[in-house]
Design a binder for this molecule. Structure first.
Ligand code: URA
Length: 217
């Protein structure tokens, strides 16, 4: 059977609540950051449900032995926040994955051509085999940035099947592009919006996630 992109929009009231707070143009930067942290936390919670490697063992309660399931501390997990805006989701994701290695990558897009280019790359030369990668990128707009980052990961040994993307708002344009380039990829988002404006911003979206996070509007 042909692989297909899987996009999950978890119907969780906390995710809907924090999305509405983030979308509201009247939300000040300090509250916007809280909203993004919470979206990072709850979307990561949903994204890792069937993805985290576990080990089965026996634990001794004060009364008797019983089966126990632990997160496998040996299995490598990496979080890749795409700067700048991906940093806004990092704290929430990291709170659930405290043992994950964090590899930053910075991608800027040319405002006229909309072409992305990498300006900071802290990815390792090669990832350890079987490393699971969670990418944090709030806005999947044209799909250019995420496609660039996927290319950098694959060049370092990552199989797209090991990747999960945590996003806040995705556009159909980005999802179509990812479905062609990386079928089998899994995305968790708070919403899929209608489309893009002429500047490549998602409509209705939430504006410029980087500017709103860092108060640079
Ligand atoms: N990046 C943003 O921050 N917002 C958009 O709507 C699109 C790209």
């Amino acid at each position: 059977m042909a692989l297909q992109l899987r996009v999950y929009v978890p119907p969780h009231p906390l995710i809907q609540h924090w999305l509405a707070v983030a979308r509201d143009a009247g939300t000040p930067s300090v509250l916007f950051r809280s909203a993004m942290t919470e979206l990072g936390r709850w979307l990561t919670y949903e994204a890792i449900r069937d993805w985290m490697p576990t080990v089965e063992t026996t634990v001794n309660t004060p009364l008797a032995p019983c089966p126990g399931t632990f997160i496998n501390p040996e299995a490598p997990v990496a979080i890749v926040p795409i700067l700048r805006a991906g940093l806004a989701l990092l704290e929430g994701a990291q709170s659930l994955l405290p043992l994950a290695s964090i590899y930053h990558i910075g991608v800027v897009r040319n405002e006229e051509t909309l072409e992305p280019s990498v300006y900071l790359n802290k990815l390792p030369k090669q990832f350890a085999p079987e490393t699971r990668v969670l990418i944090t990128e709030p806005m999947l707009a044209t799909g250019g940035t995420i496609t660039t980052v996927m290319g950098e990961l694959i060049a370092r040994g990552i199989d797209p099947a090991q990747v999960r993307i945590v996003s806040v708002v995705a556009s159909p344009t980005a999802l179509q592009k990812l479905n062609v380039a990386y079928p089998g990829l899994v995305i968790y988002a708070a919403a899929i919006d209608e489309g893009l404006n002429d500047l490549g911003y998602i409509v209705p979206g939430l504006g410029d996630a980087g500017d709103r996070t860092f108060g640079t509007v």
